[in-house]
Every structure is written in C-alpha cells, then in structure tokens.
Design a protein around this ligand. Structure first.
Ligand SMILES: [Zn+2]
Length: 149
C-alpha cells in the first residue's frame, strides 16, 4: 500500500502528488518541491535534486541513504535518479498533477455518458492513449521510461 503524499511547491502555487514505494521512504524524504512557476530556485545540485519537465524535487539524501541501506541497498547507488526511477519516491502517475487531472477529466467523460453513449465509449477508449502520448510528447521522465520499454 502506498499512502498518498502531497507536497506543496515552495512558492505555494501547486501541489505535487507523490507515491513512495511500500512506504520504505517516508513523506519527509521529499525536502522541497519547486514547480515551473517558482521563483528563486536554488542552483541545481544533482547530488540531491531531480529535474523533470521544469519541476525540481529536492530529496533528503541523508535520510534516503540511511533507510535504503537498511533495506540492503548500497549507499553508493542511491542518487535522486535512483530514488525516482525505482519508485522509492516518485510522482503518483506520470506527472506531479496527473492524478488530480485524471480524476477531473474522467468525471467530464462520465458526464458525456448521460448524453451520448456511443461518443462516451469512443472517448473513453482514446482518452488514456491520448493522455499517455501527451505525457511522452511533453517529455515527462516517467512517460519516457514507459515508452522505452
Ligand atoms: Zn511553485
């Protein structure tokens, strides 16, 4: 079970939704999140930060290294990319706001079912494929990883 983790960006513009695999790492491993609108972003530090499509996640690497080491993961391996790509602490869905948008869009399509059943079925079918393609086109890290498989 993954507990829903929401983290507001430093500038207070948006919430990013995270999923931490099996809760091996707690929510507090996410030190800071910067959305594309955030001002005064720190200088990018690859040792603690991951950049994805204009968003920056800063991890508490000391905590991450410590906890993952307890799970038998060599601390030499633990980088922000490792944490993100192995889902120890990553976006819930393809992007920080994927889940919220997905729920909102799905509701709209469900509304369509009441008016036009055929259109609803067609829209439902193409919706998830179109969404995934949009994530890939936008260059989100997780979407690109899915595409590479
Ligand atoms: Zn922001």
């Amino acid at each position: 079970m993954c507990v829903e983790i929401k983290h507001q960006c430093v500038g207070g513009h948006q919430h990013a939704q995270f999923s931490n695999l099996n809760n091996i790492l707690p929510a507090s491993v996410i030190d800071q999140v910067y959305c594309p609108e955030c001002q005064d972003k720190p200088e990018f530090d690859a040792a603690t930060m991951l950049e994805d499509n204009g968003w920056i996640i800063k991890y508490d690497m000391e905590l991450a290294t410590y906890l993952l080491e307890k799970h038998g993961i060599d601390k030499e391996l633990v980088t922000p990319e490792f944490i993100f790509d192995n889902r120890y602490s990553t976006w819930q869905g393809m992007s920080p706001t994927d889940m919220e948008e997905s729920i909102r869009e799905r509701q709209k399509i469900v509304e369509l079912a009441k008016v036009d059943k055929q259109k609803y079925i067609e829209t439902m079918k193409s919706w998830s494929i179109d969404r995934m393609n949009a994530f890939i086109a936008a260059g989100w890290r997780k979407a690109k990883a899915v595409q590479a498989v």
